[in-house]
Design a protein around this ligand. Sequence first.
Ligand SMILES: [Fe+2]
Length: 487
Amino acid sequence: MNALDRQAAWNSVLTAHPGDLDHAALSVEGTIPDALRGGRYLLNGPGWMKIGERMVHPFDGHGYLRAVRFDDAGGASLRARFVRTPAYVAEAREGRVVHRGLATNPSESWWANWRAPGPRNVANTTVVPWAGALLCGWEGGRPHALDPATLETRGEADFHGGLPPGAFLAHMRADPPGTPDRHLVGLSIGMSRHTTLTFREFDTAGRAVATRAATVPSVLLAHDFVMTPRWYVLAGNTLGIKIGAFLAASVGAGTLLEAVQPAPGAPGTLLLVPRGRPGDVRVVTVDRPLFAVHLANAFDDGDDLVVDLCAFETFRFGSEFGYQGPHAPLTLTPADPPGPERLGRVRVAAGRDTAAWTELFPLGTDFPRVSAHHEGRDAPALYVAARSATDHGDPFDRVVRVDLRGGPATLWHAPPGYVVGEPVFAPGPDGADGDGWVLVMLYDGAGERAELAIFESGRVEAGPVARVHLPLLPYGFHGEWEPVATG
Ligand SMILES: [Fe+2]
């Protein structure tokens, strides 16, 4: 496939807009494993990007929740719904961009942009089943709660009054299933010259049961964090603010994403905030620059802490997914100009403020996941999407199992032209300790179709054991496995 065809396929995948869907009987190739029957794969991501005459940045596309359910007989069904946020409702009614976004303005006129409503909480990034709702997370505001059965939007989740309005990360973390007193944890961010981090813990009924606040003396980008029983961990991604661009954004003559950049020369750091106990924030300097978007996992090893994460050496904001503005197609290149994203491990020894980075896999990677049963624990393996290209930013085309017990990484290479999404782990019948299954969306932009591919977790290289055929769905961000479907 040549570069122009690849770009066309990429645009087809990103801008697919099939709308709300119900398919009662999907075509299944192979056999749905018994352990998955009765469960449900959930995926969130932007589902409407070409709105009227304008292409919005993928970060600003409307949240579109997809649910593929496996029945007891081995069949599969699909339900997909837009999250009915205020921005979605307004733009579906008017057929144009109405709300200002993180990286998108409604108009060429700064005056019109300045007067446009916001924030553009499009609930498009994550999905977390919790306390009788599907929580669709977004960067910068509260998640939206959807009915688990109908996928109807109930509105912003306030956790029985325990979560005030304001900036809240899309990524949330939960203790492993079966943990006594299991909690869901989210992070509120307050930024001025400092950054205030407020970790909030919610019980299984969705009630706020603990908060932990910490202040960091810099402005930082936080998109994700990990936690263990003893620590919350995030990357210290120090941001520089471009004052002129920031002022322009504030009056509608630019966007917030254009106004930030990694602080030049800032060292790579991890921030360790004690969880469930008193203590100061620890700032650990890593021996390489580190700008991390997604963290994979962390665990306590005695008094040491081990953190696995994907990190760039630096980052350039605004051109994510090849975005070139409201009147241009997405491009494949250039991407990752400062250097590709890598998966690595950092071991923080007790009492030390420095640590070394060890690369875990030699290709560009993102979307690292472990089994939910191993979150915060020493996982035997993690799964990532990777790209074979090293000189340009093709979409991901490989599914990788990275063995964390010293064995070789194994991988599967998708057919030419296919785009690989985030690998989501589903446990086998042994639950916490056994192997299981890895569910990955594959997008065929040129063929106008998609598949949910199911891999045996210990034999990713053998290719999918089953494929659920789907219409072309737009590229998803983050998914979740629900072992017993609540809808
Ligand atoms: Fe993310």
